[in-house]
Design a protein around this ligand. Sequence first.
Ligand SMILES: Nc1ncnc2c1ncn2[C@@H]1O[C@H](COP(=O)(O)OP(=O)(O)OP(=O)(O)O)[C@@H](O)[C@H]1O
Ligand SMILES: [Mg+2]
Length: 306
Amino acid sequence: MSMPSPRAGRARERVLTMRGIGKHFGAVKALTDVEFWVDAGEVVALVGDNGAGKSTLVKVLSGVHAPDAGTIEFDGDPVEIHTPADAQDLGIATVFQDLALCDNLDVVANLWLGRELVTEGMLDEVGMEERTWTLLRELSAKVPSVRIPVASLSGGQRQTVAIARSLIGEPRVIILDEPTAALGVAQTAELLNLIERLRERGHGVVLISHNMADVMAVADRVVVLRLGRNNGEYNVADITSETLIAAITGASDITMRRRVEDAARRAPAPEPVAVMDDDETPAGIIRLPEGRAGRTRRAPRGRSGA
Ligand SMILES: Nc1ncnc2c1ncn2[C@@H]1O[C@H](COP(=O)(O)OP(=O)(O)OP(=O)(O)O)[C@@H](O)[C@H]1O
Ligand SMILES: [Mg+2]
């Protein structure tokens, strides 16, 4: 597979490489021979139709599913990711769509849950709160208070807290699964800004999204999966969303043109031969679409009435 240069033209450091990844569930081949890589300081969008294999690929990376085939390299070394803890230790953080926050706990508690700072046997509440604010400021995040339960935050703010939480271990790669799916227009814009902050901090960001406008706005590179296989890989600067949609649906310009030409060859436009009442359509006569009701024409040879 060719490797296009990044949008900004800067050389970037390769963090993660997946090669020949395969994964099946019973008879379902979710992934076949998939190639995927992430550089430091780039946003890679992973796109594809429902069932294309995006979540499965990300779950292989985050230690949820073991692949049946293929290799993963992290910082150039071959690695095996058997559990979510393995992924976390390597520096791969995933923000799943359900965010997995504890609604009754405040922002600080959510960020440090399971990784609390302790000094002299006591929870370092002040230290955790200070570092929470530092992190949120770095992300230009708009959260009113870090001492309110996350249940009282908006969808966008909750998403921000989940992303800030994923940054506590300073991961090299952050995977965001459909982060804007439940957000309004303004919140989406803020989240895209936040993704840009992550890129500036040098993280490699993997963005799963069905929203082509978001992808075009924030990604450097797009990897398309279709039916569990790679179906294109583009620099965003070089393409339009039409190119992406064609790759996602499997319809390139050439195949679309061929389909139109084939259809025209099979069914040459016949001359209208009869005009009659709507409810008297004899066999061999095609009823025209609505708006031309009452007019009918004879079907081409070999076709019966519609
Ligand atoms: N745990 C599982 N058990 C059985 N089949 C699965 C499992 N997870 C995924 N699949 C199948 O693998 C294929 C890929 O699914 P996957 O969830 O990766 O797609 P996706 O690209 O994330 O789709 P979507 O956009 O709908 O989230 C689908 O056919 C799906 O039904
Ligand atoms: Mg999915």
